[in-house]
Each structure stands twice: as structure tokens, then as C-alpha cells.
Design a protein around this ligand. Structure first.
Ligand code: HSE
Length: 403
């Protein structure tokens, strides 16, 4: 019998317990013996639950119990979660997590500590919820140089955008529904401002390029400025608006990484990704494009990825997987200034002013004195200068990259 612990009994934590209960037989078959959750760590009162006797409030009970081989960290945040993860690893216990904030900001350090202590630190659930993406990046695509990653990485914002696009639901109502469904972060600012997607593209970039991409250095824009007007304009251009996390590798080994809403053509496979679903396109120099698709958030989908990592740690406890990336000192992140994109622009003013300042490919006037244009490709720095010039003679109400 293998003994495990779960730190945190929120949406994902309760899901981890549920998966262990629901799939006990299958889990025992994979692990070669039954796996029992011996402790659940949470400060809140869960005395009404049938497994109330499992709850502990003192972390050191888990830390000091030599029977505990593997721990799920599903607390979130970087305070106690960091401290407890480090201490579990130092105590010789493998840790598996869905905590993208912790992996993105302290992953390289925790992976090193895991390596020094001969245990695993695994994080399949940190990107894409239940979608297998970390393991394919580490193993199946290992022989490729990764040239590009482009993904819908946040279920909450994709759910909100889908509601806006198809049902004309307001941003606020769609957000409330996403929270009720358990998709959103505790503080949904991280979802709607793009920080959650930013952490995820950083983790994927760390894996792809072998050095840390710091979420604080990566340009990040969310969906709070998107209006139903832009949604309708995108539709007329044959596009939908999606929040994308992107990494584009340059020939010199540096890479652009950023999160921003984009207009993407309806024929793009990413355009068909709706509701809480995520999709990640990875372009390897040998495989070409491969795409991963599935539920990017939600209790059981995410929990199943945490439990699968726990099983992997159990199976490989005498032959642990080597996962490491650098501390960011290679300086691989290239500023976005030189990244070329076509742009969607919504401008209030005169068409002549707009055409004098932008290389317009096509233009429409959906409302009086409001023009919607698609530009030819421009670098980010060039586009920013042109927006400043346009704001001197009118008002740029929206500017988004097109793919
Ligand atoms: N809040 C996240 C999302 C949860 O909506 O995608 C999964 O990481």
C-alpha cells in the first residue's frame, strides 16, 4: 500500500481525492498496489465529509510521516505552497502540482531540489488542465527544436469570449458563470488580465527552450478591453477573437513570448475551440504542427492530471525522470518591438487620417466616423508609434494582432 497526501481541498484538491476514490481499482492496477490518501491538509472545517478523519491542519504531520511517498500540492499561490513543496522534496517525498504560478516563478529551483533529493516534482496539471501537454513536450517532442507554441491556455477567458461571440452575453455575466463552474482562479483578475495564460506560456517556453521565461518580463494583455463591437467587427472580417499565449523562436535561439487577444481566421483550428476547452499548437522542426485539445480547467479534468503524475512518481521512484531548466541567465526572451503582425484597428476619426498613417489592407465603416481596418504586417514598435500619431488626430479605440 502506497500512502499519499493532498495539500489543499479546494476545487482541484477535492477532485484529487474524488479521483482516488472513483478510480481506486484502476489506480491500484497502474501503481501495482493500492494507493491510499492518508492526509488532506486544509485549515478549513470539513467535519461533515465522510473522510473528515483524513484532515490535518499541521503540515509537519505530512512532512514527518515517513510512510508518505507522494504529495499533491493543490493549494495554489507561492507562499505556503512554495515552503511546503520545498520541505516535502527535502523530506524525500515527490510532489505533483497544478500550481502554475509556483512552477512558472520557482520551478527551476524546485526541480533542482527534487533532483538533489532523488524525488520527482511534476506539473502536468499546470498547463491545459486535463490535456496531456507537459509529458508530450518532455518526451514525445524531445527530439525536436520547438519553433512555435500558440495556444488558448485559459478556460475562463475562452468561456467568456465564447459567450460574447455566440450568445451576446455580457462579460460580467459570463465571468460569474465561469466562477460558478469552478473554472476561474480564486481572484479572477489572473484569468481576465491574462496572467494565468502568461504563467502557462512561460512554463511551455521553459520546457521548449530549456531556460526560464520569467512571467514578470513577458508582455501580457487580457480580455477586459474587448467589446461586443469588436466581436461583431471580427465576425465581418471572417475572424473570431481569442486570447492566445504564444512563443516564437528566432533563428538565433532567442524567442518572443507574450499573451494577447488576437483576431484569428474562422478556418484556423484554434477558432473552433470553444467554452472551457483549451488547445495548444506546437510546431516542432521535425514533426511540423501538432495540436493538443481538451478541457483546460475544471475539477476532475485537472485532478486526473495531478493523480497521473502521482502514479508516474510512484512507478519511477527508483529511476526518477530528469526534468530541469535554467535560471533565465541565458536571456532568451526577446522584446516584442521587432515582432511583425498584421493588425486590426478600430479608429474614430477621418478615413484620410487613418490611411495616411497606416498601411491599410482593407477598411470598413461600421458606424459613422468609426473605421475598422486590417493593416499589412508591421512591427510592434512601428505600430505603437503609428497609434500615437493616430491618437493625435482621432482616437484608436482598439488595436489587436491578427493571425
Ligand atoms: N483559471 C484557469 C483557467 C484554471 O480558467 O484556465 C485552469 O488553469
Amino acid at each position: 500500500m502506497i500512502k499519499a497526501a493532498v495539500m489543499g481541498h479546494g476545487t482541484v484538491g477535492s477532485g484529487v481525492y474524488e479521483v482516488f476514490e472513483m478510480n481506486a481499482e484502476k489506480i491500484a492496477r497502474v501503481a501495482g498496489q493500492p494507493v491510499e490518501v492518508k492526509y488532506v491538509l486544509d485549515l478549513r472545517d470539513f467535519s461533515a465529509l465522510p473522510y473528515a478523519d483524513k484532515f490535518v491542519t499541521d503540515f509537519s504531520v505530512i512532512e514527518n510521516d515517513p510512510e508518505i511517498a507522494v504529495v499533491a500540492e493543490v493549494m495554489g499561490g507561492v507562499g505556503a505552497a512554495y515552503e511546503f513543496t520545498k520541505r516535502c522534496l527535502q523530506a524525500g517525498k515527490s510532489v505533483c502540482t497544478s500550481n502554475k504560478e509556483l512552477v512558472a516563478t520557482r520551478g527551476e529551483e524546485l526541480l533542482r531540489i527534487a533532483e538533489e533529493n532523488g524525488v520527482g516534482y511534476m506539473f502536468e496539471a499546470s498547463v491545459g488542465g486535463g490535456i496531456p501537454i507537459i509529458r508530450p513536450m518532455l518526451q514525445c517532442l524531445a527530439a525536436n527544436e520547438i519553433n512555435e507554441i500558440c495556444g488558448i491556455l485559459n478556460g475562463t477567458t475562452n468561456y467568456i469570449l465564447t459567450q460574447m461571440i455566440h450568445n451576446g452575453v455580457t462579460f460580467e455575466d459570463a465571468l460569474k458563470q465561469a466562477q460558478l463552474n469552478g473554472y476561474a482562479e480564486k481572484d479572477p483578475t489572473a484569468d481576465i488580465e491574462g496572467h494565468d495564460a502568461c504563467r502557462k506560456i512561460c512554463i511551455l517556453s521553459d520546457l521548449a527552450l530549456g531556460d526560464k521565461f520569467d512571467p514578470d518580463q513577458v508582455c501580457c494583455e487580457g480580455i477586459t478591453k474587448i467589446t461586443l463591437e469588436d466581436v461583431a467587427n471580427a465576425d465581418k472580417l471572417g475572424c473570431v477573437i481569442k486570447l492566445l499565449g504564444r512563443m516564437v523562436r528566432n533563428e538565433d535561439g532567442t524567442a518572443y513570448a507574450y499573451v494577447a487577444p488576437h483576431l484569428i481566421h474562422k478556418e484556423s483550428p484554434l477558432a473552433a475551440v470553444e467554452d472551457v476547452f483549451n488547445a495548444i499548437m506546437v510546431n516542432g522542426n521535425a514533426t511540423g504542427e501538432v495540436m493538443f485539445y481538451g478541457k483546460g480547467a475544471g475539477k476532475l479534468a485537472t485532478a486526473s492530471a495531478v493523480v497521473a503524475d502521482m502514479l508516474d512518481c510512484i512507478e519511477h521512484r527508483n529511476n526518477r525522470r530528469r526534468i530541469l531548466w535554467g535560471d533565465g541567465s541565458k536571456g532568451l526572451l526577446r522584446p516584442l518591438d521587432t515582432l511583425q503582425s498584421a493588425w486590426y484597428v478600430r479608429f474614430k476619426g477621418k478615413l484620410a487620417d487613418l490611411e495616411a498613417r497606416l498601411p491599410v489592407e482593407s477598411a470598413a465603416e461600421p458606424a459613422e466616423s468609426v473605421f475598422v481596418v486590417k493593416t499589412h504586417k508591421l512591427s510592434t514598435a512601428d505600430m505603437q508609434a503609428r497609434i500615437t500619431a493616430l491618437n493625435a488626430c482621432g482616437e484608436v479605440r482598439a488595436a489587436m494582432r491578427m493571425l
